[in-house]
Design a protein around this ligand. Structure first.
Ligand SMILES: [Zn+2]
Length: 304
């Protein structure tokens, strides 16, 4: 298999926020053993000094891994899940680490660190926050795949985000404003917009199988992407783990924080394709969503 995962925070006990080079090698080899060709190391919002330290370790390691040389799955670029997201939809992201898009100093400091990571970047942001649309355009100028997520946006705000350059949606349905018949919001936008690709977590916990079926019916095959959203305990047994400064409990494969919110998944893509296939997508379609479709999404970030 040649999986490409746009959203992975860690696995096998390796946390990308704290990982040293040896840990990152272990992660890359472990992912390859699960059929992975490539992935986007995904970062939750961090304080600026902590993000700088990640750039030292992870950024340096990524620059040494520019070809598929038998040392495991290849990092294609960093996915920044935040910090420019909606406080109302932050989910398991640390609310203290979210950033204000109108704070020129914070934005300048973020981009200085952002530029220290090689490859094709991806960013998950909420376009409706003050200054959000300008940020969409700024990330596009820097050739990032701009993905709408952790958002409370209305349909009209999402249309404006598309015009500004957003082309993808992060874990469609999770951490976004729910569907309402007079304000269809992000869920309907993701299904209806032909140019927008959406990614989904098919771990049996994040989405009801009928929502996966709905996504598979509505979207063109290149516009439906499977992601793991794997957290560091992926690939380990059930138990309690210290992740991102708080205890997360994994039970029956579902990782939750103290308030009960789902905090990433523990299922890598090799387990998820079966779930998506069984929801009516079929195995060929599910495989496409985990291999070709994520690459198409990244190609579009480089193209227009
Ligand atoms: Zn995530």
């Amino acid at each position: 298999m040649t999986f490409v995962d746009l959203h992975l925070h860690g696995a096998f006990g390796v946390d990308l926020v704290t990982a040293e080079a040896a840990d990152l090698d272990k992660l890359a080899l472990g992912l390859a053993a699960h059929g992975y060709d490539a992935f986007l190391p995904t970062l939750v919002p961090l304080r600026p000094d902590a993000l700088d330290r990640v750039a030292d370790r992870l950024g340096t390691w990524m620059r040494g891994r520019r070809s598929n040389d038998g040392r495991g799955a290849l990092p294609l670029g960093v996915h920044f899940e935040g910090p420019f997201v909606s406080p109302a939809r932050s989910g398991a992201l640390h609310p203290d680490c979210l950033a204000d898009a109108n704070d020129a100093n914070a934005v300048r400091r973020f981009f200085a660190t952002f530029e220290r990571f090689p490859g094709t970047p991806m960013v998950t942001l909420a376009p409706e926050i003050p200054g959000g649309l300008e940020l969409v355009a700024e990330f596009r100028r820097r050739k990032a795949l701009v993905s709408i997520g952790h958002t409370d946006a209305t349909f009209a705000q999402l249309e404006a985000a598309y015009v500004a350059g957003a082309r993808h949606m992060t874990h469609w349905c999770n951490a976004m404003r729910p569907l309402h018949h007079r304000e269809p919001g992000p869920i309907a936008f993701g299904l209806l917009h032909r140019e927008i690709s959406i990614d989904v977590i098919a771990d049996g916990h994040h989405l009801d199988p009928r929502m996966l079926e709905l996504a598979a019916r509505a979207k063109h095959e290149d516009r439906l992407v499977l992601i793991s959203d794997a957290m560091p305990a992926a690939g380990l047994a059930d138990g309690t783990y210290e992740v991102w400064g708080e205890p997360l409990t994994v039970r029956d494969g579902a990782a939750r924080n103290a308030s009960g919110a789902l905090a990433g998944s523990t299922a890598l893509l090799d387990r998820q394709i079966g779930v998506l296939a069984d929801c009516g997508a079929g195995i060929d379609r599910a495989r496409h969503a985990a291999t070709i479709a994520p690459l198409r999404a990244l190609e579009r970030a480089r193209a227009d």
